[in-house]
Design a protein around this ligand. Structure first.
Ligand code: PXP
Length: 241
């Protein structure tokens, strides 16, 4: 079974549009669990544009499936992660101006900083994954740091069509094999939706997908429980065939 991590950041985006108390990502997480989510993902950004400190604290206390805290290699945010101890910490690069996470973490170029962050999180008993582009040297460096998983960046796959998309899928497939051969779990995410998710989910080594915007968008129309259940049904068909 492919595990489904539901990213609820954009429930908080709607709340922050009015700086009010609703919709509450904590309620959304409970409904996502009822719809079949295997994990709840949330990104505590330095600029606090959606998820707030209170959300991290309450989500980690109340979610009954796995929690996956996305964060940058930033000392203050790592302090928060170590204090509340989610199941997973997912290290990502963070740019102030970006609309969403734009690329994978540069482990080869910024190894000391990533290594320090991984060590602190692991010492706190948190499983660590790194968000990476499907590039062999980055994956090799991740394996050397002893992380538990790599989440492959599927944005370029999601944003292309035709032969270009096929080429992106091949890159993900090769990277996936490298990740599993190195003994790490293979996760993937970014830009996945109800239409484009199947080929990524069908990669033989795939263990977990993290999906946010598409599920929250559908949830606005049909409700969170149903939106998650629909994605769950798609993923369940993959390994059934
Ligand atoms: N994985 C990572 C590392 C992300 O930064 C995001 C976006 O917050 C996602 C997965 C989910 O992407 P999307 O919202 O496009 O499904």
């Amino acid at each position: 079974m492919i595990e489904l991590g539901v990213n609820i950041d954009h429930v908080a985006t709607v709340r922050q549009a009015r700086r009010t108390y609703e919709p509450d990502p904590v309620v959304a997480a409970a409904l996502a669990e009822q719809g079949g989510a295997d994990g709840i993902t949330f990104h505590l950004r330095e600029d606090r544009r959606h998820i707030q400190d209170r959300d991290v604290e309450v989500l980690i206390k109340t979610v009954t499936v796995k929690t996956n805290l996305e964060l940058a290699c930033d000392e203050a945010t790592i302090d928060i992660a170590c204090r509340h101890r989610p199941t997973w910490a997912l290290l990502v690069p963070e740019g102030r101006q970006e609309v969403t996470t734009e690329g994978g973490l540069d482990v080869t170029g910024g190894r000391d900083r990533v290594e320090r962050s991984v060590k602190r999180l692991k010492d706190a008993g948190i499983l660590v994954s790194l968000f990476l582009d499907p590039e062999a040297p980055q994956i090799e460096a991740a394996a050397e740091l002893g992380v538990d998983a790599v989440e492959l960046h599927t944005g370029p796959y999601a944003n292309t069509t035709g032969p270009e998309r096929d080429a992106q899928l091949q890159r993900l497939a090769a990277a996936g094999q490298q990740i599993r051969t190195a003994g790490m779990r293979l996760h993937a995410g970014h830009g996945l939706n109800y239409v484009n998710v199947r080929p990524v989910a069908a990669l033989p080594e795939m263990v977990e997908l993290n999906i946010g915007h598409a599920i929250v968008s559908r949830a606005v129309m049909v409700g969170m429980r149903e939106a998650v259940a629909e994605m769950r049904r798609i993923l369940d068909l993959i390994r059934a065939v």
